[in-house]
Design a protein around this ligand. Sequence first.
Ligand code: ATP
Ligand code: MG
Length: 332
Amino acid sequence: SPRALSGIQPTAGSFHLGNYLGAIRQYVALQETHDAFYMVVDLHAITVPQDPAELRANTRLAAAQLLASGLDPERCTLFVQSHVPEHAQLGWIMNCLTGFGEASRMTQFKDKSAKQGADRATVGLFTYPILQVADILLYQANQVPVGEDQRQHIELTRDLAERFNARFGETFTVPAPHIVKETAKIFDLQDPTIKMSKSASTPKGLINLLDEPKMTAKKVKSAVTDTDTVIRFDAENKPGVSNLLTILSTLTGTTIPELEKSYEGKMYGALKTDLADVMVEFVTPFRARTQEYLDDPETLDSLLAKGAEKARAVAAETLAQTYDKVGFLPAK
Ligand code: ATP
Ligand code: MG
């Protein structure tokens, strides 16, 4: 079966609603149809300063949340990126294949480094999309489930796979992004013109899945809408209301036209109250399941160790082929 691969950063502790709707839901769906590899990308996390104890805790927490979301270690390979050294090794080769100007055009780096101040941004943050290229190519992935913000990085992955294949001979599968249009960009609740983001959203604009459910309900109820009163999907003119409709539609499986119809003549408050209830129903069992995994770190760690073993088998084979194609002398 075709391969799928994706990764998520363990940076902020809790995943947010954008991570879940844009990416993790698709991970869960693809494990049914694909040979799927999912990882907690701790190497990517250290592109910005991290506290070691927190990073370790957040890595387990990320794995626990992925399992709580429905990833099944019997149906997919779940692992931690740093457990598979081939990522860094292929990353170096990909660094050497990428133009400096090409890397400089990555808009996420421009945004994130501008925010940090150019002098404080690390070289690691600059080359992180290239490590991500290696993450994907190591597994010969066909599909990469991600949100819209990752599209440019998948484009870079395709370019580098084609470049390597053209220069050294057919080696890598050229992957395609798997981006579900409706949920590819969930917006910040306080500023519905920017994406909900671990690093850029204010606490009120960000729905953390592990927040107290009461707090989540409060954030939904104080979401920014507009001065109009009609509940209608119009991403351009009514971004706040449209975002709430997208979230409600996805979590309940009700289409947007059906929602628009059921809210005819009703006020924004009704939509927010319903969405707050749906969110509370969603996060309450999610938090409980996450806690269950955290309460048994031995089982969690051994599950991740098994995942890393499965991942390494695939990654080592791809890396060996790559080393050979590049012309590295084999160690006798
Ligand atoms: P950061 O702001 O630090 O980059 P993030 O919020 O973008 O963090 P990541 O760990 O970088 O979170 O992203 C994990 C996955 O979630 C990626 O596939 C990304 O495309 C997706 N994603 C992130 N934010 C959103 C969003 N607002 N809507 C839809 N998908 C999202
Ligand atoms: Mg991101």
